[in-house]
Design a protein around this ligand. Structure first.
Ligand SMILES: NC(=O)c1ccc[n+]([C@@H]2O[C@H](COP(=O)([O-])OP(=O)(O)OC[C@H]3O[C@@H](n4cnc5c(N)ncnc54)[C@H](OP(=O)(O)O)[C@@H]3O)[C@@H](O)[C@H]2O)c1
Length: 167
């Protein structure tokens, strides 16, 4: 299973703030990038609050929504719960071999040990009272950079280093 994490932050690493509309501080170019990458990957995994803040399932992608609540699955929405290991096993049983982790905080942090690729968009803004993500120390290699617009929104693409990269 290949898991990618896709996150947009401000220049100081803040990824969320109650002072802003949850999804509208990112640039339209990043939204386009997000749509392209997640559609290529095919499956997105998100927490129930992120799903509600988006307001609808992402089209042309299988939407895996984590929640402890009982909800009815729809054509491209599966509600489920459990550990990352359980979710990964479930997807592998469905012959799904790649997925994108798209938030929020707990979902990013819980799935981080299983992620092998990061797509970090940095928007050239500062969010007030921004919340940050907490991860254990991990090494990555930068594999691509992409400037999305004239104001300088950038996407950094990282691959997680494995044991054999250190040999
Ligand atoms: N900058 C970014 O890239 C980015 C991306 C996504 C979201 N965000 C921000 O993140 C915020 C929302 O994130 P959040 O951290 O508050 O919430 P969230 O992670 O989207 O959702 C949390 C909820 O997900 C469910 N959940 C999570 N893990 C679960 C598991 N293993 N099994 C079962 N249920 C599980 C629970 O739902 P129930 O309560 O229903 O059980 C939990 O209350 C928004 O402000 C949004 O703007 C930012």
């Amino acid at each position: 299973m290949h898991l990618s994490m896709i996150v947009v932050t401000d220049i100081f690493g803040g990824f969320s703030t109650k002072d802003y509309d949850p999804i509208n501080w990112g640039s339209k170019e990043d939204k386009k990038h997000f749509r392209k990458i997640t559609t290529e990957i095919g499956t997105v995994i998100m927490g129930r609050k992120t799903f509600e803040s988006i307001g609808h399932p992402l089209k042309d992608r299988l939407n895996i929504i984590l929640t402890t609540q009982k909800k009815e699955n729809k054509e491209n929405i599966i509600f489920t719960k459990g550990s990352p290991e359980k979710i990964i096993k479930f997807l592998e049983n469905q012959k799904i071999h790649s997925a994108a982790i798209i938030g929020g905080k707990k979902v990013f942090e819980d799935f981080f040990p299983f992620v092998d690729k990061l797509y970090i968009t940095i928007e050239p803004i500062v969010l007030e009272n921004a919340q940050k993500l907490n991860f254990p120390k991990t090494s990555f290699k930068l594999v691509a950079t992409n400037v999305l617009n004239s104001k300088g929104t950038i996407v950094l693409e990282y691959k997680k280093l494995s044991q054999k990269d250190f040999l």
